[in-house]
Design a protein. Sequence first.
Length: 345
Amino acid sequence: MEYRVLGEGGPKVSAVCLGTMTFGQQNDAAQAHSQLDYALEHGINFIDTAEMYAVPPRAETYGATETIVGNWLARQARERIVLATKVAGPARSLDWIRGGPVALDRDNIRAAVEGSLRRLKTDYIDLYQLHWPERNQPMFGQWQYDPAKERPCTPIRAQLEALAELVAEGKIRYIGLSNEHPWGVMQFVRLAEEHGLPRVVSIQNAYNLLNRVFEYGLAEVCHRERVSLLAYSPLAFGHLTGKYLENPAAAGRLNEFENFGQRYAKPGVEPAVQAYAALARSRGISLTRLALSFVYHRGCVTSTIIGATSMAQLEENLAAWAYRPDSELLAQIDDIHLRCANPAP
């Protein structure tokens, strides 16, 4: 396993991060703890969760994932773990979080941190992330910015000031963004520098063979401003395992939960997956290995967040780390990308 520093002077994390959003929904506590133990044994020191989890979000499972992780964390040497969690932004469907209305203002951020610390059974959070922006922007499968949807929101400077208080109190150590766009990253960086506020060290965005939108604008911004990409959804909700090509009714979140994974319910997804699956076959490897190894070893990615609902999946995902695409394979991937560009933005 490789270890890399987040951002400019952030924590040193494993290049593979264990995501936990299935814990408390598809995985019970015993299964979750087995996954966490296995990950730690194989060199993963980076664990990512969120107050909103389990996913799909429901009032009944709000905070369940953090509770499961916290019970495991209480048995570990805390300094060995880089723990990341997130504060949920506003969404009409999530008005039960923190009693609503949900925002990214000082009171909401503070309440979210205090709740996460209790559930995680820890005195501090290594990386605290804004799960999605409060302002109007396209995300989670939306792909066009619509100025007509503008709405009042907490100024970015006020969000940074709220986070700065928590950093000063030792409750969080570093801050990050998630589901952000270039304008947002630049605003967070600029305002931090102008006002002596904490600087973001990371951005957690979707990145996979079906969604390389990060490369179009964010890659330059993050490189120049020293903000690390934490790539989530490297297997595109299971599409890049190939299981839905073989059996559209295959077991998985897309079939288990209604109205889930809209980002991948677009007409260009299946032809792209077919092309990548054919490429994997020509190399004698699984589509899973092709997809994961592409993200694992991509220069713009600092750490890749993987998730699993079974130990067999977790073992396969970690085994893919050892495979490194050669230049010819990368050229073939790019050829498919140019023909089937970003079918799931």
